[in-house]
Design a protein around this ligand. Structure first.
Ligand SMILES: Cc1cc2nc3c(=O)[nH]c(=O)nc-3n(C[C@H](O)[C@H](O)[C@H](O)COP(=O)(O)OP(=O)(O)OC[C@H]3O[C@@H](n4cnc5c(N)ncnc54)[C@H](O)[C@@H]3O)c2cc1C
Length: 289
């Protein structure tokens, strides 16, 4: 195995572009090293990206949006009060990843690029309208978070392409987000269903919403029918009923040891209702609660 510690994204991309066999970028390593030690994936080329300038930074941009470096850990996000003030749902989703030890290493970018359908931060990122900056041999492009994973363990990134930043839009006035997951025990488990919702209100009326379900399909699902169920409503019982029905209808899950198709389908509706209520309260309060 070849281990590289490039000092720039350009060098990292060049190494990845030339590499043969299996290549992995090493951010926190909480997926890569576990897969390596379990003989699931043994990379021929391991590119440690933690020595590149800026990768540990969380920056508020001039437009009020955020740039999150690709080596920023879950713990660093949780400790950043202003980021959590704008995007509590995103931060709480990342905070659910693993344990205190995992939180000290795991990154948003790694969670996204590992391609797990059950990745906790991914529904919240998509709900937030996050994009990632991708650099590679053919230049740089901005990719919506929902367009990165293409199936379990697979991404749309071409050989030599690397995510160089996660971009979170400005928090609009009257906006709020939330994320919840169901797991069979209280912590340290993989989501049976996850749900992230970001919405905006004008007075009591919901004017915009993005509803995303995790762990109920090969990739996280951004579902317009779920959004339509609550846009224009005051999140009354009828709207919540419609949302729950739309969430269950959107599911295309599998049965595994954590839950059956029927269970996941039911839980998706229950979680969507709960998450919508939290996001709505936060939107009305104008921030985190
Ligand atoms: C004990 C334990 C508990 C866990 N619990 C959870 C949980 O509750 N919820 C959950 O969602 N996950 C969980 N995970 C999985 C893991 O911690 C997360 O997916 C984590 O966010 C991965 O981030 P990382 O920085 O460690 O990624 P790494 O392991 O460094 O990388 C993961 C993947 O992303 C790619 N990658 C990394 N950086 C880039 C980049 N800049 N550009 C392109 N590709 C890149 C790598 O090539 C690799 O394929 C757990 C893992 C462990 C070991």
């Amino acid at each position: 195995m070849q281990y590289h510690t490039p000092a720039s994204f350009e060098d990292a991309s060049k190494i990845a572009a030339k590499a043969t066999g299996i290549t992995r970028f090493l951010a926190g390593g909480t997926d890569v090293l576990v897969q390596l030690r379990a003989d699931i994936v043994t990379p021929d080329t391991l590119i440690d990206i933690k020595h590149i300038d800026g990768v540990h930074d969380i920056t508020r941009n001039s437009d009020g949006g955020w740039t999150i470096g690709v080596a920023v850990t879950g713990a660093e996000m949780t400790e950043h009060a202003d980021l959590g003030g704008d995007w509590p749902g995103l931060v709480e989703a990342m905070d659910l990843v693993g344990s205190t030890q995992i939180q000290g290493r795991a990154t948003l970018t790694g969670n996204l690029c590992n391609g797990s359908p059950a990745a906790d931060s991914v529904p919240a990122m998509i709900a937030a309208g996050a994009t990632v900056t991708v650099s590679g041999p053919n230049g740089t492009r901005e990719v919506a978070a929902e367009d990165i994973a293409t199936g379990p363990g697979r991404t749309s990134l071409a050989q030599g392409e690397i995510v160089t930043a996660v971009n979170i839009p400005p928090r609009a006035a009257g906006g709020g987000d939330a994320y919840l997951r169901f797991i069979p025990r209280t912590e340290m488990d993989i989501a049976v269903v996850g749900c992230g919702i970001n919405l905006a209100v004008d007075g009591d009326t919901i004017t915009a919403a993005r509803v995303v379900l995790g762990a109920v399909a090969p990739t996280a699902l951004l579902d317009q029918a779920c959004a339509d169920a609550i846009i224009g409503s005051t999140l009354d019982d009828a709207a919540l009923e419609k949302l729950a029905a739309a969430a269950s209808a959107a599911c295309n899950p599998i049965t595994d040891k954590r839950g059956t198709i029927e269970f996941r389908t039911k839980v998706a509706g229950v979680l969507a209702r709960r998450v919508a209520k939290i996001a709505y309260e936060r939107a009305q309060a104008g921030g985190a609660s």
